[in-house]
Design a protein around this ligand. Structure first.
Ligand code: GTP
Length: 597
């Protein structure tokens, strides 16, 4: 196909503004998928994505469209992940296309993720077509939202297309705008092959499937290709386009987007952003700006039942086949036994992986407090990454400690602004900027990632009743006065509860933790001291008094079945606890103790 008949685009939107619904409509109205095969939210293929209503993996679809001018076009839609954790995948997908539809809910307006994603689209040099969705809603106010787009993003919205992805209203105008307002791709079919690795995933039947965008040259089935970053060479077994089911195709030329398989063993052997070329006649320069995605949030995962360790290992290895973005290594904890230290792109990523392990592999897991990666500058000049507070060396060897900082953008109705400012202040935030658009405020904060990874997002949602939106990017590593705080239960340090904290906040944090733990740990037959300490110095202490009565005592001995039930309940409750020396700590304690109110 000639380049001027191709349009490649993505859809950028805040979560819930209707990206997937619009994608479904575009697919449906062009007859790409037969009506009877149409399934709502076609592009969010994984169950968990559908359940949570979020898009995790980038998907794509090739749409054949005959425009009003009578010409046939090929439209390639790349569906980008909507969440902040997957920013790198978003930025790669954006570089594979020339334009974006900017979808804004006409009853809401621009939100933090709209902003973050639209900036990425602008960075990638996109032409952008604003689309106002959900105009069927009584609360829709397209004129106000147009103004909002101009004020907040600085984008001309006078030609924004009003649509309802739900009813189908305005969909033909969107298709025409894709053809007439977005530019065609550029590329040279006679140059050596240069293609971008946009995404890859594991398919149970086909093995690893790699999605590519051809920049220059032509790739054919059977070609020997080389991945420039990894140096690996493969023969292409299958070449296809996604409609969205795979449809074999003999070749792909410049501007085209498709997938191939090549007996690649695991997703880990492919790197998003890598350049693919021919083994024999390579291109001279790889595509610029390749960077592997690095995990920023780490936590320990341990089976509740120590006998499940092998099952956990198995499950993680299976999951790793399909998701190259988390890391894992074995970890042993004095308190929790054998488990894994895992690294994630962000908090949501952590939650998704943990959920999948628990649900798809039927495991009960203990998750230790998420921690960021600290950089330890040792006195001998060495710089070490600290992934686990339990591994913190003696302070006498450490010169200083750096932590990752983020630049956060929060958009919120101004009624809640005070609560947001307080929340950010409490988390050691530094305000960078505050602007208004209508009655919504946009604030930017410089915050330590460590203060955000735990429950910041939950807090943000609860103090604003869900009206705030939040997005962030990692800005830099910066030195601060950080120390390791240990928690001792019955004089024994519980390594899984140790954490890095700012020295000025250690006492308050330690106090809150021991108070929480006192409520979370059930009484035992003896007295249990619960302490927070820095080095050898105890900074907070609570004592859990000894239990006096049997749990069944209050049954007055009368009702035997009730007594039995109670004992069984107690037994079941026990399964979720771990033994620490002589003390049993329930699983919830590990997470709950770290939540700050
Ligand atoms: P993520 O996949 O989480 O990024 O969300 P999304 O932006 O893809 O949103 P999605 O398409 O899942 O739509 C979110 C909700 O809005 C769903 O309940 C849709 O049914 C609804 N919705 C989408 N478009 C319209 C519309 O035009 N009108 C109305 N009334 N509802 C819509």
């Amino acid at each position: 196909i000639s380049l001027d008949r191709i349009r490649n685009f993505s859809i950028v939107a805040h979560i819930d503004h209707g990206k997937s619904t619009l994608a479904d409509r575009l697919i449906q109205s062009t007859g790409t998928v037969a009506e009877r095969d149409m399934q709502a939210q076609l592009l969010d293929s994984m169950d968990i994505e559908r359940e949570r209503g979020i898009t995790i993996k980038a998907n794509t679809v090739r749409i054949d469209y005959v425009a009003r001018d009578g010409q046939a076009y090929v439209l390639n839609l790349i569906d980008t992940p909507g969440h902040v954790d997957f920013a790198y995948e978003v930025s790669r997908s954006m570089r594979a296309v020339e334009g974006s539809l900017l979808v804004v809910d006409a009853s809401q307006g621009v939100e933090a993720q709209t902003l973050a994603n639209v900036y990425q689209a602008l960075d990638a040099g996109h032409e952008i077509v604003p689309v106002l969705n959900k105009i069927d809603l009584p609360a829709a106010d397209p004129e106000r939202v147009k103004q909002n787009i101009e004020d907040v993003i600085g984008l001309d919205a006078s030609d924004a297309i009003p649509i309802s992805a739900k009813t189908g209203l305005g969909i033909p105008d969107v298709l025409e705008a894709i053809v007439h307002r977005l530019p065609p791709p550029k590329g040279d079919p006679n140059a050596p092959l240069k293609a971008m690795l946009v995404d890859s995933w594991y398919d149970a039947y086909l093995g690893v499937v790699v999605m590519i965008r051809i920049i220059d040259g032509v790739v054919r089935k059977g070609d020997r290709i080389k991945m420039m970053q990894t140096g690996a060479v493969y023969g292409i077994d299958k070449l296809a386009v996604l409609k969205p089911q795979m449809q074999d195709i003999p070749e792909l030329g410049p501007g085209e987007i498709g997938v191939f398989t090549a007996s690649i063993k695991q997703v880990r052997d492919t790197r998003v952003g890598d350049t693919i070329t021919h083994e024999k006649k390579p291109c001279d320069q790889p595509l610029p700006g390749f960077k592997p995605s690095v995990p920023v949030v780490f936590c320990g995962l341990f089976p509740v039942d120590a006998n499940d360790f092998e099952a956990l290992r198995d499950a993680i290895e299976k999951l790793a086949l399909n998701d190259a973005s988390f890391t894992y290594e074995m970890e042993t904890s004095a308190a929790l036994g054998f488990g894994f230290r895992m690294g994630f792109l962000g908090l949501l990523h952590l939650e998704v992986v943990r959920d999948r392990l628990e649900r798809e592999y039927d495991l009960d897991l203990i998750t230790t407090a998420p921690s960021v990666v600290f950089k330890l500058h040792m006195k001998d000049g060495e710089v070490r990454d600290l992934h686990n507070p339990a591994d913190m060396p003696d302070l006498t060897y450490v010169d200083h400690i750096e932590e990752p900082r983020i630049k956060a953008t929060i958009m919120v109705p101004d009624d809640y602004l005070g609560d947001i400012l307080k929340l950010c202040q409490d988390r050691r935030g530094i305000q960078l900027n505050l602007t208004y658009a209508g009655n919504r405020a946009m604030v930017e904060y410089d915050l330590p990632l460590a203060e955000v990874v735990f429950d910041f997002y939950d807090r943000l949602k609860s103090v604003t009743k869900g009206y705030a939106s939040f997005d962030y990017q990692i800005s830099e590593y910066r030195e601060d006065n950080l120390v390791k705080m240990s928690i001792l239960v019955n004089e024994e340090p519980v390594d899984a509860l140790s954490m890095m904290v700012h020295r000025d906040r250690a006492e308050a944090r330690g106090r809150a933790m021991v108070e929480k733990l006192k409520d979370l740990i059930p009484r035992h037959m003896f007295k249990i001291p619960i302490q927070a300490a820095i080095g050898g110095r105890v900074i907070a202490r609570e004592t859990l008094s000894a239990m006096r009565k049997d749990v069944t005592a209050k049954c007055y001995g009368g009702d035997a079945t009730r007594k039995k039930k109670l004992l069984e309940k107690q037994k079941a409750g026990k399964k979720k606890m771990r033994q620490f020396g002589k003390v049993e700590i329930p699983q919830e304690a590990f997470i709950a103790a770290l939540k700050m109110d």
